[in-house]
Design a protein around this ligand. Sequence first.
Ligand code: 2IT
Length: 445
Amino acid sequence: MDLNQIMAGLEAKHPGEKEYLQAVREVLMCVQDVYNQHPEFERNKIIERMVEPDRIITFRVTWLDDKGEVQNNIGYRVQFNNAIGPYKGGIRFHASVTLSILKFLGFEQTFKNALTTLPMGGAKGGSDFSPRGKSDREIMRFCQAFMLELWKNIGPDRDVPAGDIGVGGREVGYMYGMYKKLVNQCDGSFTGKAMEFGGSRIRPEATGFGALYFVQAMLKQKDDTIAGKRIAISGFGNVAWGAALKATELGAKVVTLSGPDGYIYDPAGLDMEKINYMLELRATGNDVVEPYAERFPGSTFYPGKKPWEQKVDIALPCATQNEVDENDAKQLVANKVELVAEVSNMGCTPEAIDTFLKNKVTYAPGKAVNAGGVATSGLEMSQDAEHLQWSAEEVDHRLHEIMANIHDQCLEYGIEPDGYINYMKGANIAGFMKVAHAMMGQGVI
Ligand code: 2IT
């Protein structure tokens, strides 16, 4: 494989798709040596087939706002790769959504899902619809309008969507409700459903919990433990909440949270009351964290800034792609950060990752760290298929096993000659090998 030639071809074909090209370059850079040891991959054009989505579905979503005015948005589903199982991946509702972002997320999802060991392919969907400031009725009408198009393309053995930024239990409920109305079947073709209609215990917490189990495995590898560590978390959504909850339960001190408006520094660390307050903040629909500082004296709000300027042992980006840039990384390194684990998808820019690797900071990518979310979605699919609901202990036990297994897979391919563990390389090669072998086994299609 000639990395630069492949990238030049993709850049010409998909100009301006910055996030998608970034995600592809990272994977190809990591797998090129292994790839070149397998001439059969080259003969079968595995890379060329893997970097293009199987199909992209684009549609107009028209809905009525509370004033009775007609609103239009764009809806997408990128069905990236189903070599390993039905397409699987979340739906994102955010004003920033573009095809490039959904292609990057679908591409990442394919390898992440392969790492879970469960039979799931990769996909992603979403809309440029912004839930910020919308009423519950507006959210419902939008979700229903979105499903009027998407239902034709999904199904329990075809494509199973779930939540992502801007899509939580409420939105999944409204979308699944409309889907059921249209197909007249309760087949569980969505995950992240509420417990009353086929959801799985632990799914709301799973991304954050799984990330902390992974961080525990990374620390154990260094003969270290999490108790007493100071942790910076960004975001205050579902993923940040689960991560903050588990980190606090494990005895760490979470000292930051953030929103689009800035970040909160709370030197006392989070406790249950503060963690529950994150849910209240989110329920306002205003997408801001500033009120936290008024509610909890002793904490400070830093408008327009990111939490990476604080001195911490562990940084857990939990907000969105490219939220840690080169300057943030340099600041973290200067403050002697020990470990950075991306809980958001592609949370660090390539320059930030380079900075961590050069300074031998223990760093792991989103597709390994945050895979507990989609893994628990896979467990939800199993429960729906057998018409049963498992106990929280059962789900949590399996989540632990899956995260430990992903950590082992990273070690298999990521240990460098000097003993440094390159989790990015390990995760990308392990995920890639699984997808490549699955594609090889099913012929040229
Ligand atoms: O990025 C992700 O892995 C998710 N948003 C969860 C996907 C899923 O299908 O549960």
